[in-house]
Ligand binder design. Structure first.
Ligand code: FES
Length: 155
């Protein structure tokens, strides 16, 4: 078995989408939903099974940041970068997050992966963040730090 996802799991997803190369984005979404990331050798396998070049598959993977090619940390922290949150300080919050985590977007530090997101549907409580699929509103730097600290304490 390779790190991450077994070959059979990828083949199963490809066949669920009828092996259609034009459904590559949906196939990648299914892989990320079920397994969290897209390893290098899965990209090679997809190119082979969908009869595409590796460059085609890489092109799509690189275009969408959600299709990460490295295993994510145990926790995913997303900071909203859309307009309402920007108006309420999400840029400063983002700068604080980079500094306090020691990670830029799409990077992982101490098992926490930092990602941008574009509207969490929580604009009334901007700036908003999402931690492991739970939304938090009106997050300032100190609340951010205590939420992340809570993550680390919970393991
Ligand atoms: S703009 Fe941030 S939650 Fe909508």
């Amino acid at each position: 078995m390779r790190q991450g996802i077994e070959r059979e799991a990828i083949s199963t997803i490809v066949s669920e989408f009828g092996g259609k190369p034009e459904l590559l984005v949906q196939i990648l979404q299914a892989i990320v939903t079920r397994h969290g990331w897209v390893p290098e050798d899965a990209i090679r396998q997809l190119a082979f099974e969908l009869n595409l070049s590796r460059a085609d598959v890489y092109g799509v993977v690189n275009y969408y940041h959600d299709f990460r090619t490295e295993a994510p940390g145990k926790h995913i922290v997303k900071i909203c970068q859309a307009e309402a949150c920007q108006a309420m300080g999400s840029r400063a919050l983002t700068a604080h997050a980079h500094e306090s985590l020691g990670a830029s977007f799409h990077e992982t530090s101490d098992d926490v992966t930092l990602e941008p997101v574009y509207c969490l549907g929580n604009c009334a409580c901007a700036p908003a963040i999402m931690i492991d699929n739970k939304t938090h509103g009106r997050v300032d730097a100190s609340r951010f730090d205590s939420l992340v600290e809570g993550l680390r304490e919970s393991g």
